[in-house]
Design a protein around this ligand. Sequence first.
Ligand SMILES: Cc1cc2nc3c(=O)[nH]c(=O)nc-3n(C[C@H](O)[C@H](O)[C@H](O)COP(=O)(O)OP(=O)(O)OC[C@H]3O[C@@H](n4cnc5c(N)ncnc54)[C@H](O)[C@@H]3O)c2cc1C
Length: 391
Amino acid sequence: MLTRADAVVIGGGVVGCAVAYYLSKAGARVALVERSVVGSGASSVNPGSIAMATKKGGTVLELARASQRLHEGLSAELGTPTEYAVEGNLIVAESETEIAYLEELAAGQRAVGVPVELVDEQRCRELNPLLRGRVLSGLYCATDAHANPFKVTQGFADAARNRGAQLFTGTAVEGILVEAGHVTGVMTSRGNIEAPWVINAAGAFAPMIGKMVGATHDVVPRRGQIVVLEATDALPGIRVSGASQLLAKHVAAPADGRPHRTPISLSYTRKPLSGTVLLGSTNEFVGYDSRNTREVVAGICECAARFMPELGRLNVLRSWAGLRPYSSKGPLLGDGGGPAGYAVATGHGGDGMALSPVTGLYLSRYVGRDGEAYPVAQFLQDLKSADGAIQ
Ligand SMILES: Cc1cc2nc3c(=O)[nH]c(=O)nc-3n(C[C@H](O)[C@H](O)[C@H](O)COP(=O)(O)OP(=O)(O)OC[C@H]3O[C@@H](n4cnc5c(N)ncnc54)[C@H](O)[C@@H]3O)c2cc1C
């Protein structure tokens, strides 16, 4: 077991692996500690959408735009295909309320240069001819993309290792060492690692890590369930979801911590290489229960067959569920609010795959400033100055 590093990253999801990669690239000696295997949490259960059309204007959208630029070059950067593909994204409205919501979203997105279009019913059906159910209009973003979440996560992990990072899988962090108000390392199930920086990238489990240093993080698990249909050649590649799914995504966790589920909506993603179709997911606050439920799996299939009857002839291959690290504040990046040297990279909710490269880059710069404040707004400004194409 390594006993000394410049930084310990806790969690081997896409976020932790991205942080480990960019820190290693910046020259730091990194130890990544993952209690299970790389990509065993939320990072392997998502459809890999890298979408701007699903985000409200503001910091998250700006981070997402910068992150998409990084995703575009990630296969070359990491030396492994991430299966990044631009297939477009259509969000359809079933009611006047949803139309107004999409118009508001589009205004915020256009304000920062995202090329979204408001399209009528006919255009929606042209874009994805499977659509048969009630559709009034839609929000379309031709540049929205997706990538393979397994490949992105493993790609970051392998590239970090190639740059000298040590990855300790099957190793749980059990405590954080602090002396005189400064982090000095972590206690793990396989021994201690000394380091002046500890980055909490434990996803939905980040609050438990925070408790180890007396820090409170506004992160709660938000379950998403997915149904996978068998591969077939002939289906359209463009992603389609209902505006109601987006409205559900933007619903905050109940303050009293009670379980909360939103209605099931259409969500269709076809994976270009495998040809499988992913349906879902849901947005459920049900604590740390990461199991599928029979009624939700049936509901996802029923909803898809209502909007896209042709899917009804395909067999279901499998279903899965996972826990997003939801934060009402959006991603929590940088200062962890604990001892000096304790940082966070969590709270990405349903956007962690999309935001992983920009998160890793930000954390590497934050740590590189060695405790000096680095507001995310300043980071975004620095990116724009360095590359005028990131607007
Ligand atoms: C159904 C679903 C659909 C989604 N769709 C999308 C999408 O299309 N696009 C998108 O961008 N995002 C999507 N997301 C969100 C995305 O998956 C998450 O935001 C992202 O995976 C979070 O990554 P993470 O590394 O923070 O967390 P995780 O992947 O959960 O990783 C955290 C890791 O920390 C480890 N850990 C926890 N405690 C300890 C400990 N004490 N010691 C050591 N290790 C520990 C865990 O084992 C885990 O591997 C979706 C999520 C779900 C569930």
